[in-house]
Write a protein that binds this ligand. Structure first.
Ligand code: SAM
Length: 228
């Protein structure tokens, strides 16, 4: 499978069954146990990013690009906290849902802009670029290209999360405990943390803060990298 196929598959998935599945997981309605576990895990990742950004005490007016924003789980609270958010996603359905969810936040949507775009086609310059739980959909070589492109858009900081490739998780994945469910039709790629750090370093970034979220079915390594 080549990388163009990966991207087409991912976009089609998140415009169809993937949209149905993930907008439920990233919502507050009733879901099954596995989906609830993933919802809680993902929320921890989002909360960690928000707490890092709030700690710095400069969120008001800060320009942030949320690449692969999904339904706006991170973009909307960051906009509410006063940041200027440019949020994009390759899936039209996810962007429609994000726009709808942002409308429900009364009087606080002026500083968030959603649009449909492949993250590799993004241009411009942002203080902080964030890309959460997107690299899992791409193999190593494609992920490296994506990180390099995102790095070129980030003036100061790049925040990424990915499913870490560890022996334990590889075994779990092999026996099918991870990423379960009939509608999980995209491939899930894990990445070695050391490889991601090398790619970041090659693009002039070094890791300042890191975190790991592990629940039963959700594993995500989070890195904050700063331009050296
Ligand atoms: N970042 C969001 C979050 O954490 O709530 C969504 C994570 S979801 C697992 C992955 C998202 O990445 C999907 O909405 C998908 O459409 C988007 N995506 C995948 N490939 C992309 C690409 N090349 N450019 C932009 N978005 C992409």
């Amino acid at each position: 499978m080549n990388t163009l196929d990966d991207k087409t598959i991912v976009r089609d998935y998140f415009n169809a069954t993937g949209f149905e599945r993930w907008q439920r997981i990233y919502g507050d309605g009733e879901v099954n146990k596995v989906q609830l576990d993933i919802r809680n895990g993902h929320q921890q990742t989002v909360d960690t990013v928000i707490s890092w950004l709030k700690e710095d005490d400069n969120l008001t007016g800060l320009s942030i690009c949320d690449a692969g924003c999904g339904v706006g789980s991170l973009s909307i609270p960051l906009a509410e906290a006063g940041a200027n958010i440019f949020a994009t996603d390759i899936s039209e359905k996810m962007v429609e849902e994000a726009t709808e969810r942002a409308k429900n936040i009364q009087n606080k949507t002026a500083n968030v802009n959603f649009s449909v775009q492949d993250l590799e086609k993004l241009s411009g310059s942002y203080h902080t670029v964030i890309c959460l739980d997107v690299l899992i959909h791409y193999p190593q070589d494609k992920a490296a290209q994506m990180i390099s492109h995102l790095a070129s858009l980030a003036e100061s900081r790049l925040i990424l999360s990915f499913a870490p490739k560890t022996l334990c998780l590889t075994l779990l994945k092999k026996i099918g405990e991870l990423f379960p469910g009939p509608s999980k039709t995209t491939r899930a790629y894990q990445h070695r943390e050391a490889d991601i750090i090398t790619i970041l370093a090659d693009n002039g970034f070094s890791v300042e803060r890191n975190a790991m979220t592990s629940t039963r079915f959700y594993y995500s390594r989070l890195l904050e990298a700063i331009r050296k």
